[in-house]
Ligand binder design. Structure first.
Ligand SMILES: [Zn+2]
Length: 437
């Protein structure tokens, strides 16, 4: 496949290479040449005239099947969000629900330029099938709790899945997914670390989402949640730290030394009214950071362009400083693959994975085009996304999904959602007991 006569963007240097031909072979970028005027046009050539191409966006922390719970827990505190809504509804979740919810989420991500996702959820066999069909790249961590109903049985199911599916697909990789330090004992975390070493796969865990979690951890364990991860061995290279939003500067030193990365989910924090300057401090500390959409029950979309924009605003507001969250800080994070262990991601160079987004800045929101980089961060919408390529194959063309038709799932998703939110039970599947500070 050749992307012909296209403008290539680099988010690390904020530079544009115009009139280029990008050659794609075997899922990778083979070479990049200046456009030759009289070459033949065939089916495998995409005319890139008037379009920009940049690497695919990464979603480093997601609970994709929660698309089914979009809009059901609004304007509430974190505690109520878990205990009165989400952990009650998720009790009734079936494998089929996860399949439908993940396929819808994958469709939404591809249509918004996301080519790779780190998904942390349940019933991951179905998520695997959905990502296979959608053509997306994914890392799957089956979420496990260290306590509660059938926790041992659920953990062994998660492990069986991980072992069985490990290596089955070059596009879909595995991690282990302990939920969080506040729901996993030290011993359980250590057990998971041992398994991750045995299987040679990384971990993906929530940590320090709120200041309350940090305070409670200091009170009950004498350590911050990040220190708990260090003590148990979870904090290491390859681990995805979802949030780490209330990590202290001392914590960030530990994260930096470990080589772990942070998934920053700015829209979720802002929806909970939680303002902090983590992003600027993490970048200053030299920690790999990528964006995450979290689940749709808190974030409402799977759109990383939107998350990036929110992250820029949050960084500015948190320090009351418009020079924070700058375009050249934010744009490279949108395509950062380092947090989820993707090699050679985020730049269009020979040898890099052919995971690409082509945009057409042909709508009024992108006029007059004074700065394509400012326009991408602050003005672009999904109508500008023309083509999305994953692993060298077209997933979106002319703004439409090319891999799978999800229109037939709309009614089923509504039915599932009605069933989930009508769940009557004695209480949530876990209890969020963190106090407010
Ligand atoms: Zn999460």
């Amino acid at each position: 496949m050749i992307l012909k006569n296209i403008s290539i963007l680099s988010f690390s240097s904020l530079s544009v290479r115009r009139n280029a031909d990008v050659y794609i072979r075997n899922g990778r970028i083979e070479k990049i040449l200046d456009t030759t005027p009289h070459s033949s046009v065939s089916d495998s050539v995409i005319d890139g005239k008037g379009m920009y191409v940049f690497p695919g966006l990464t979603n480093n922390h997601s609970h994709t099947a929660m698309t089914l719970l979009r809009g059901v827990a609004e304007d509430v505190t974190v505690g109520d969000w878990f205990n009165k809504y989400v952990w009650i509804y998720e009790r009734s979740l079936t494998p089929r629900d996860v399949y439908v919810g993940t396929l819808l989420g994958a469709a939404e991500m591809l249509l918004s330029g996301v080519t790779a996702v780190a998904d942390h959820y349940f019933n991951m066999e179905q998520a695997f099938d959905a990502y296979t069909l959608s053509g997306m790249r994914a890392n799957l961590a089956w979420a496990v709790f260290g306590s509660g109903e059938d926790s041992r049985e659920k953990y062994s199911r998660a492990l069986d899945f991980t072992k069985e599916y490990l290596g089955k697909s070059s596009r879909i990789t595995m991690s282990l997914g302990p939920h969080s330090p506040y729901l996993c004992s030290d011993d359980f975390l250590k057990e998971i670390v041992k398994e991750s070493e045995n299987l040679n796969i990384p971990m993906h865990i929530h940590v320090s989402e709120t200041s309350g979690q940090v305070q409670d951890s200091l009170k009950t364990r004498g350590l911050s949640p990040i220190q708990v991860l260090q003590k148990t061995g979870v904090l290491r290279k390859g681990t995805i730290l979802a949030h780490a939003y209330w990590a202290t500067d001392e914590d960030l030193k530990l994260v930096k030394e470990s080589g772990a990365g942070i998934a920053h989910c700015a829209k979720t924090y802002m929806k909970f009214g939680d303002v902090n300057n983590l992003l600027s401090r993490a970048l200053d500390a030299g920690i790999p950071v990528g964006f995450g959409s979290d689940g749709c029950a808190s974030n409402n979309t799977m759109d990383i362009f939107e998350t990036a924009r929110d992250a820029a605003f949050l960084a500015k507001c948190a320090d009351a400083d418009p020079e924070k969250g700058k375009i050249d800080d934010i744009l490279p994070l949108m395509t950062n693959g380092a947090v989820m262990g993707l090699q050679n991601y985020g730049e269009i160079v020979p040898g890099a994975p052919a995971d690409l987004v082509c945009i057409k800045p042909s709508t009024p929101n992108m006029f007059p085009g004074n700065s394509i980089f400012a326009d991408i961060l602050y003005s672009l919408n999904n109508r500008n996304i023309d083509t999305v390529i994953v692993d060298g194959k077209i997933a979106v063309r002319d703004g439409r999904l090319a891999t799978v038709d999800v229109s037939s799932l709309r009614e089923e998703a509504a039915e599932i959602s009605r069933r989930l939110i009508s769940t009557v039970s004695d209480g949530p599947m876990q209890r969020y007991n963190v106090s407010r500070h």
